[in-house]
Design a protein around this ligand. Structure first.
Ligand code: AMP
Ligand code: MG
Length: 523
């Protein structure tokens, strides 16, 4: 394989942890190892659709290299950077509440790490071909799901939500067969690869699989490695294992609070999709709230129980943390403390959720009764279809002195006027009167409040229909919309007059259209 001199990669994970001694790329159970060596398959005709200039800059990758065809080749695995020794991780996971045994990187190939001023960053190609962990699938990814992962992980980053990042989105020049609706109508789609970037993609499931297999030696190695590399501040402490678990629980909790803040629904919160760093990972059938519906799940596979619905995300995160505790129990045999940390998750969540919602409402003082105001708001938002993002953005314009008709006039863009009955209006007014009364207790002026609110209530999010429009164009070889959305999503909190048309409720045509609301796991 051709080696690129411009980028030098390191391999901390593989240097320190146990490799699968069998180097053949055959699908199988891999025991007593944390990863397997695997070469990307190589693609027919790679071409770059878009890359993140900011991230490339942060990684120290030269602009001229990014613009060269070698970059596209590297971003699908046709050429390797100096020092790169590609591998796929071995992990398991609980899927929809059930133990699924070995899963692993079935279509993700890690290239190695770039050293940057902010630490190592691992580059991972998603969709670069089969690995030992591909099970019955092909190891590839289609353009549609890759566009969604690229745009959404970028959007989340600029929103300030902890996330893995996407360096590039590259067409492979190969076709991939998918049955998108799981209804027997398989068809060819364009193949693509996203290069995912994170300090590490270690998941809860990496620990779970070793624990279930009673491979405590590798479990301890993995745990010690993870702490040393990614939690250096606790690595020399006596109770480092407990501190580690506490820290993972806390960062996971913070991530969920951020999801609830921006209206993001992950859709597949299986333990193999939970990063040990508390970063959003694995953008599959995720979705964004259009109207505020706490029971909404974007994932058609999740429909029977709606396990991964918006309002259930904190509870599931806590359940996932409990699975991590089970996996670590052999090394941290302190049931009382582990249980306490799991219980504390709920308390931390409630406290941080309250603080976050107060910020969304522009409330800077901590006053008894704010919890009730938020509870009533959540009920009020469900009385009629209310756009979650627009509601909070417009809310910053409300002043204490405004009359109810003035308030309605401002809040109008978040509602469907034809749905507003007299009774609904009365209840909406009742809430706004409480809100205005509460605002009277604040000592900051309305301009300061607005500025602060607009820093937590984004104006632009990646609505599901926007990705779908970008995908439809991309399937025809047009990428302008991907670039436009990417640009817009870099400044989600700013007023950007040239993108005003994207600050609007989901259009009616998008309500039932495939890809604009719910999605299957097909990717
Ligand atoms: P996900 O639902 O995307 O988190 O994937 C769950 C598991 O299925 C992981 O082990 C993935 O690597 C694997 N997987 C998903 N899609 C593919 C594919 N096209 N080829 C091989 N493995 C896959
Ligand atoms: Mg996954």
């Amino acid at each position: 394989m051709f080696i690129l001199p411009k980028i030098i990669l390191h391999n901390t994970f593989t240097d320190k942890l146990q490799a699968d001694p069998d180097t053949t790329n055959t699908r199988r159970q891999v025991y007593h190892a944390c990863y397997s060596w695997v070469s990307p398959k190589g693609m027919k005709d790679p071409s770059m659709i878009i890359y993140s200039k900011d991230l490339a800059f942060d990684l120290g990758i030269e602009k001229s290299f990014c613009q060269s065809s070698d970059f596209a080749k590297m971003m699908v695995g046709n050429v390797l950077a100096t020092g790169s020794k590609p591998f796929a991780m071995c992990y398991g996971g609980h899927q929809f509440g059930n133990w699924a045994n070995q899963l692993g990187d079935g279509r993700a190939i890690n290239l190695g790490e770039i050293q940057t001023p902010i630490g190592h960053m691992n580059l991972q190609l998603k969709g670069a071909g089969p690995t030992q962990y591909s099970r019955t699938a092909d190891g590839f990814a289609v353009l549609r799901s890759s566009v969604r992962e690229f745009l959404c992980s970028e959007a989340m980053f600029y929103l300030g939500v902890p996330t893995t990042r996407a360096l590039s989105l590259t067409l492979t020049g190969e076709d991939v067969m998918r049955d998108m609706m799981y209804n027997g109508n398989a068809a060819y789609e364009k193949g693509a690869v996203v290069c995912r970037v994170a300090p590490t993609c270690i998941r809860f499931g990496n620990f779970e699989l070793l624990s279930v297999r009673k491979d405590y030696e590798n479990l301890k190695h993995l745990l010690d490695f993870t702490i040393k590399e990614y939690f250096p501040e606790i690595s020399s402490q006596k109770d480092k294992y407990i501190l580690f678990f506490e820290s993972v629980s806390a960062s996971t909790c913070k991530m969920i609070v951020e999801w609830q803040r921006v209206g993001f629904v992950h859709g597949v919160m299986n333990t193999d999709n939970m990063s040990i760093l508390g970063q959003t990972i694995d953008y599959g059938p995720y979705g964004w709230l259009d109207d505020y519906d706490p029971n909404w799940t974007p994932n058609t596979t999740d429909l029977p129980g709606k396990r991964y619905r918006f309002s259930n995300q904190p509870l599931i995160a806590q359940w996932n943390i409990m699975q991590l505790a089970n996996a670590l129990y052999e090394i941290i045999p302190d049931e009382t403390t582990l249980n306490q940390i799991i219980q504390d998750f709920k308390l931390q969540y409630e406290t941080e959720y309250l603080g976050m919602m107060c910020k969304k409402l522009g409330l800077s003082l901590n006053i008894d009764g704010d919890g009730n105001l938020i509870f009533d708001l959540e009920k009020m938002l469900q009385l009629t279809e209310t756009d979650f993002t627009i509601f909070f953005r417009e809310l910053s314009k409300i002043e204490v002195s405004m009359s109810l008709p003035q308030i309605l006039n401002i809040m109008k863009p978040s509602y469907y006027a034809e749905n507003l009955s007299e009774e609904t209006l009365r209840e909406i007014y009742t809430w706004f009167i409480s809100y205005q009364n509460r605002l009277k207790m604040e000592n900051q002026n309305s301009i300061a409040r607005k500025t602060i609110m607009n820093q937590v209530n984004p104006k632009y999010i990646l609505r599901n229909y926007m990705s779908q429009l970008a995908i439809e164009e991309a399937n025809q070889g047009k990428y302008d919309l991907i670039h436009e959305l990417h640009e817009m999503l870099k400044k989600p909190y700013d007023d950007q007059p040239k993108y005003e048309k994207w600050y609007a409720k989901r259009p009616n045509w998008a309500k039932e259209k495939v890809g604009c609301s719910m999605l299957s796991c097909s990717s």
